[in-house]
Design a protein around this ligand. Structure first.
Ligand SMILES: C=C(O[C@@H]1C=C(C(=O)O)C=C[C@H]1O)C(=O)O
Length: 372
């Protein structure tokens, strides 16, 4: 099957109300598709199955959903030509603005009196766009964000989600573990040479420190890079890479996921106080926004070594399990009525409520740009 045929196939699957996920990993050219042939809602709590996982922000709200890797298709996108969408403009609603600013102010005063360091506060914006087949929107998304994890996920009992996220939750590949601390936002204006304010530098450092702290009891030899400016579409963030050797015999995937999710990049610090504040004060349900998604325990064959002495081993690679999970950001949920785009930002003692509102408006543009 070539790429146009694969897209046709996914579209038919969607029209028949059968679950699927189609995705392209950051900076890769291949589209991968998992198609489920019945509408069973498969879930996972131990993360030891193999397939594509789709987990909510609050795992008490719903279990993580699994699309098993029974029928997987991989196709190269490099030959495909894409149409560009018309930029979609929306006028922010003053009531939404007032509500979000009040939420942020409430967060700042709670931070000041409680000693909590950071809370990520979010909202969703409804866009009533003319109905278009989701596969057409997904093609534009793939084209617009080549460095993101771009996906289209559907289950008839849950809904249809699309996104282009810049944030890795974890990657376990070739006996190495990797994650990132991503925080701080400013609009991209044709250069990566920008300066960052103390609020952003401190907020991102909180995230790095907390991730390292949570990983220390379960991983050793943790390496942390200096923070760098990272572009995500029309936005810039500060990013630190965190890595360590990984042995599946010593640490389970579930232990690592529970140590990381939800990270202070999408929840806050300390985690339980921030989460309580979010659940009590955000006046809507995050559902799968700020949850995580991606490849779970997929089998790959790796060559053992290219060293001469091991040449005879080359023919037999070693079979390993890999996982590549991403945080569900810059995403939207689409139904017959329109799209719901989810956006948020990290609040600290130093936050300015109007600037935090503007940050959510800037973040909306990632998904707005691909709506027809
Ligand atoms: C919460 C979101 O993004 C997160 C929050 C950021 C921030 O507060 O600056 C930056 C990147 C993400 O970790 C979002 O995109 O909705």
């Amino acid at each position: 099957m070539d790429a146009p045929e694969v897209f046709e196939h996914i579209a038919t699957h969607f029209d028949e109300a059968l679950p699927f996920v189609a995705y392209r990993k950051p900076n890769e050219k291949d589209l991968k598709v998992f198609l489920q042939e019945d509408d069973t809602l498969n879930t996972t709590t131990d993360y030891d199955e193999s397939g594509f996982v789709f987990a909510p922000f609050d795992t008490a709200f719903a279990e993580a959903i699994l699309i098993p890797d029974t029928t997987a298709i991989t196709v190269s996108l490099s030959e495909l030509s894409f149409e560009n969408g018309e930029p979609h403009h929306t006028h922010s609603n003053p009531a939404d603005q007032q509500r979000h600013i009040a939420l942020v102010k409430n967060g700042i005063s709670y931070i000041k009196k409680s000693g909590v360091k950071k809370i990520v506060l979010s909202r969703k914006q409804t866009i009533n766009h003319a109905y278009e087949h989701p596969i057409a929107i997904f093609k534009r998304l793939l084209h617009a964000y080549p460095t993101a994890f771009a996906y289209c996920w559907y289950h008839p009992k849950v809904g249809l989600w699309l996104g282009a996220t810049p944030e890795t939750l974890l990657s376990i590949s070739n006996r190495k573990f990797h994650t990132m601390a991503l925080a701080g936002t400013q609009p991209y204006k044709d250069t990566l040479s920008v300066s960052w304010g103390t609020k952003e530098i401190q907020e991102q450092q909180f995230v790095t420190d907390a991730i390292v702290q949570n990983l220390k009891p379960i991983l050793s030899d943790i390496k942390v890079t200096p923070a760098q400016t990272h572009r995500a579409g029309s936005l810039l963030h500060l990013k630190t890479d965190i890595s360590a050797p990984f042995k599946s015999t010593e640490t389970s995937l579930k232990t690592i996921i529970e140590a990381l999710h939800p990270t202070p990049a999408v929840c806050g610090l300390p985690r339980s106080e921030a989460k309580d504040f979010i659940l009590k004060n955000e006046v809507y349900e995050r559902n799968y926004y700020t949850g995580f998604l991606g490849e779970l325990n997929l089998q790959v064959t790796r060559k053992r070594s290219t060293h001469r002495r091991n040449m005879e081993n080359l023919a037999y690679g070693s079979i390993q399990k890999e996982s590549h999970l991403f945080v569900n950001l810059r995403c939207m949920e689409i139904d017959a009525k329109g799209a719901q785009i989810y956006v948020g930002g990290g609040i600290t003692e130093q936050s300015n409520p109007e600037a935090e509102w503007q940050e959510t408006v800037d973040k909306l543009s990632t998904m707005l740009r691909v709506l027809g």
